[in-house]
Design a protein around this ligand. Structure first.
Ligand SMILES: [Zn+2]
Length: 265
């Protein structure tokens, strides 16, 4: 075992420094990207076995379009992201490791423009860019499974299965406050880069504060566990001030969104 720990440490030092945010932010990530994607895929499969995917191709394509626009300007556009709408009145959205992102119709109905959608989208994409899920998993899995994931032996599929189990219980249970603040921060940078007016984040966070408590979910508690709502709103307002002068080309996308929202009724 001590040999394995030594190998893990060496691996960590030499192989695993990756970009996890704007401005070249780096983190030590032990679990290889291919394994992260396999874990995320397994988690997505479990989600889709229990949740009802919205039967509307136009909405699924639209969500994907907005998502891919933000991924393209993010610090993790080398992997394939997957976006899906879940048909449920829950006010929620969440991201699994490896780029599997889900939005509930309950949340989509609460939004009034594409910039608000982009704000939550960019927040969720930022959890994936920052590897928040995989970092928590790395800490919780224990050396044996982490070792198998890192070195990808024949035992790897068992290790991936174990990680999926841990991930379902852990990653979706909610991120830490600092993870949430980081995703809010990176998310606003990405949404502006993608051409959206960052005031969409301010109005979205205000809406989530008003809706507080009504969105019970087994996944990320978008409404309740995110940073204290008032602090979150004031931080978003401060970021908008720091981003001045805003380009006149930034959009709210109100017309397209009201058309899409009408389809949900
Ligand atoms: Zn979050």
């Amino acid at each position: 075992m001590s040999k394995k720990i030594l190998l893990l440490t060496l691996c960590c030092l030499f192989l695993s420094c990756v970009t996890t945010g704007p401005g070249g932010k780096q983190s030590f990530i032990l679990i290889p990207e291919s394994q992260e994607i396999a874990i995320g895929k397994g988690m997505a499969k479990q989600v889709e076995e229990t949740e009802k995917i919205l039967d509307d191709l136009i909405w699924q394509n639209y969500l994907n379009e907005v998502g891919q626009k933000i991924v393209a300007v993010s610090d993790r556009n080398n992997i394939t992201f997957h976006f899906k709408v879940i048909d449920s009145d829950q006010i929620n959205a969440f991201a699994a490791p490896g780029g599997y992102i889900y939005f509930y119709t309950g949340l989509l109905k609460a939004m009034d423009n594409e910039a608000e959608l982009a704000a939550v989208m960019a927040h969720e994409i930022s959890h994936v860019v920052s590897r928040h899920g995989i970092k928590r998993m790395q800490a919780a899995l224990g050396t044996q499974i982490a070792y198998q994931l890192v070195f990808g032996s024949e035992e790897a599929s068992d290790a991936v299965n174990a990680a999926i189990g841990v991930g379902m219980g852990l990653t979706f249970a909610g991120y830490s406050r600092s993870n949430e603040r980081e995703s809010d921060n990176f998310g606003m940078i990405y949404m502006v880069k993608a051409g959206y007016n960052p005031n969409g984040a301010v109005t979205m966070f205000q809406k989530l504060a008003e809706l507080g408590g009504s969105g019970q979910s087994k996944y990320e508690q978008l409404v309740s566990s995110h940073p204290d709502t008032q602090e979150r709103i004031s931080k978003a307002k401060t970021r908008v001030i720091q981003m001045q002068p805003l380009s006149k080309n930034l959009t709210f996308g109100s017309a397209i969104y009201s058309k899409m929202k009408a389809r949900l009724k």
